[in-house]
Design a protein. Structure first.
Length: 273
């Protein structure tokens, strides 16, 4: 019954699996989150039945994590409470170690694929239809390849964009705080979501631009760049998701701008690239 309650909790926080998953005590399960692209497995969950039913779930795509417990610590005996705390600490260590190994494997695979890819040209269907230039990106078969690096230039993962505009990331790669840079910053640095938007901004303004890949990552990248470039003016360029409840594009961009004392730029009309 508790496992069913945990699955209901996962659905409540927006991490419902597309297909039913088997929760094995203490085992990390990967799955495709409802609404994610076919073939992806960005969702993860781990369930523990004893001594107090508890679990955690999240998404490597959005970098979110949610914890669940069937019984509050206040209702446990001192011995039960100590056991729960000890098990929770052990689970967190085990989960963190598994994530580190997963990220390390993704970095190695990203490096191999990046070396295998060849420089992309503006004739690629995705770029041509959007009248966007290829700035330092590569192509593997018919897929554009966008690297995601940290502020030290280390490659962590890759984004793939198909001719039809479909996008996916290398499974297990860490996105949070990582970006793709266009140009070298002088006095100002722009931050945006997708490559097409950022390449357009770079072409139109001549300013350096950081591709953050999604709105959730804007603040993490902004904070990382603020620590590295304290003298620069950071401009967060929002996607206007007015048709989506809560307008996440503007909401996250505003939060990022406030977090680093940056400026917020809004498009004249909604759109996403």
């Amino acid at each position: 019954m508790s496992a069913d309650q945990f699955l209901q909790f996962m659905e409540l926080v927006g991490l419902a699996p597309v297909k039913s998953i088997e929760l094995i005590d203490g085992k990390l399960v990967r799955f495709r989150v409802r609404g994610d692209k076919p073939g992806s497995s960005n969702g993860w969950a781990v369930y523990h039945a004893q001594p107090c039913p508890a679990g955690a779930c999240g998404s490597w795509k959005s970098n979110e994590r949610h914890n669940w417990r069937a019984k509050s610590l206040e209702t446990l005996s001192p011995v039960e409470r100590a056991e729960v705390v000890a098990r929770s600490a052990a689970r967190r260590r085990s989960h963190d170690e598994a994530l580190l190994a997963l990220h390390a494997g993704a970095r190695e695979k990203a490096a191999r694929l990046w070396q295998k890819a060849h420089p992309a040209t503006s004739s690629h269907t995705y770029l041509r239809e959007r009248q966007v230039h290829a700035y330092g990106i590569r192509q593997l078969r018919d897929m554009l390849v966008i690297p995601a690096r940290d502020v030290y230039g280390r490659l962590h993962t890759l984004q793939f964009i198909g001719p039809d505009g479909s996008k996916r990331f290398l499974t297990g790669g860490r996105i949070a705080g990582h970006y793709f840079g266009l140009g070298k910053p002088k006095n100002k640095l722009l931050l945006g979501e997708g490559y097409a938007t950022c390449a357009t901004l770079h072409h139109a303004t001549g300013e350096a631009v950081a591709v953050c890949f999604n709105c959730v990552n804007l603040e993490a990248v902004a904070r990382a760049l603020r620590d590295k470039f304290r003298w620069l003016t950071l401009v967060i360029c929002a996607d206007d998701d007015g048709a989506t409840e809560g307008n996440p594009g503007v909401t996250h961009a505003l939060a990022a701008a406030r977090a680093v004392g940056g400026l917020l730029a809004l498009p004249k009309r909604g759109g996403e690239a």
